[in-house]
Each structure stands twice: as structure tokens, then as C-alpha cells.
Design a protein around this ligand. Structure first.
Ligand SMILES: C[S@@+](CC[C@H](N)C(=O)[O-])C[C@H]1O[C@@H](n2cnc3c(N)ncnc32)[C@H](O)[C@@H]1O
Length: 163
């Protein structure tokens, strides 16, 4: 498979996962969290899918496309190792949907580089919340969920926050 095909498939899988996750939580209350603003593509997709919802976005150095800059009050700037626990202190387990799209740029290294992240995600998520991630999250309160058939095995991961 060419790198172009692989890139297109990754984005198609990401879109399918976000569509699926948004439909799962559309009728439920709670915050939506985007971990990793980057260019703002997935944030833009989420805000279109979940228009009117509060979407809090986290990034170390936000430099998105100008059309995808979140309102200042919903943008949390800084290292998530610090900003996520601070957000938990302020809001508690208030998230109904969390999209984890943070990376060091080398997919094989993400789980090790962000070893602290699954515990913060579990603390932010309310019981029954849906968590979708570009890499596998290991935590005993995050129960793996099956993704739609069109998402190739291992390309994306989904979890439900256990009680
Ligand atoms: C792959 S990009 C996100 C792509 C984005 N979801 C999109 O669709 O355009 C990953 C982002 O994670 C951010 N990041 C990496 N390590 C971080 C950390 N420790 N704390 C906060 N943000 C971090 C980077 O600054 C980068 O913008």
C-alpha cells in the first residue's frame, strides 16, 4: 500500500470513529474533550457533529488552521501531564466523550511516552463515557469496545469508562 493510500485510510478510520462516538453520546450530558488540537481537523469535525456542545481542547502549543482555533475559554494550553490533573481538580469526572489524538510523532513510542495519560483519562471520564484513541490505552477502568466494521483492526481504539 502506498503512503498516500495509508494516510487516506487513517483519516477515513478517524472520521468513522468520531462519527460513531459522537452518535453514541449525542443524547447524553457531559463535556467533550479533544486531547491534541494539532491542525484542528478533528476538533473541527467534532464541533460540526456536536454543534452547541462544550468541547475543551488541550495542546502544548496550539497552532491550528485559523478557522479551527477553539474559543479561549475552551482551550487548555500546556503539557497534558499537568493540565489534565488540574482539569480533573476543577471539573471532576465530567467528560462523556474523550478523543485522544496526542502523539510524539512516532506511533510505536506513544504508549510509553504518555504512560501517565490513561489514568488521567480514566479520572476525567464519567461512568459510561466513550473514549476513542489513536493508540491503545491500558487502564483497568477503561473497557475495550468494538469499533465499526469499516475501521481496520488496530488503527483506532475505543473504550467505555467502567463504574
Ligand atoms: C497529531 S497532533 C493532533 C492532530 C489533531 N487532532 C488534528 O486533527 O489536527 C498531536 C498534538 O499533540 C500535542 N502534544 C504532544 N504532546 C503533548 C503534551 N505532552 N501535552 C499537550 N499536547 C501535546 C502536539 O502539540 C500536537 O499538536
Amino acid at each position: 500500500m502506498s503512503r498516500l493510500d495509508s494516510f487516506i485510510r487513517r483519516l477515513e478510520a478517524q472520521r468513522a470513529v468520531l462519527n460513531w462516538a459522537a452518535a453514541m453520546i449525542r443524547d447524553r450530558g457531559g463535556l467533550v474533550l479533544e486531547l491534541g488540537l494539532g491542525n484542528g481537523r478533528t476538533y473541527d469535525h467534532l464541533r460540526e457533529l456536536l454543534s452547541g456542545r462544550e468541547i475543551h481542547v488541550f495542546d502544548l502549543e496550539p497552532k491550528p488552521n485559523p478557522f479551527s482555533m477553539p474559543p479561549a475559554q475552551f482551550l487548555v494550553v500546556g503539557d497534558m501531564a499537568k493540565t489534565l490533573p488540574a482539569f480533573v481538580e476543577q471539573h471532576g469526572a465530567a467528560a462523556v466523550l474523550i478523543h485522544v489524538d496526542v502523539t510524539v510523532g512516532v506511533p510505536e513510542q506513544d504508549a510509553a511516552a504518555f504512560v501517565w495519560l490513561p489514568a488521567h483519562v480514566a479520572a476525567l471520564a464519567m461512568t459510561g463515557a466513550i473514549i476513542v484513541s489513536g493508540w491503545a490505552l491500558e487502564h483497568d477502568k477503561l473497557e475495550p469496545l468494538a469499533l465499526p466494521d469499516e475501521v481496520p483492526e488496530g488503527r483506532y481504539f475505543a473504550y467505555r469508562r467502567a463504574a
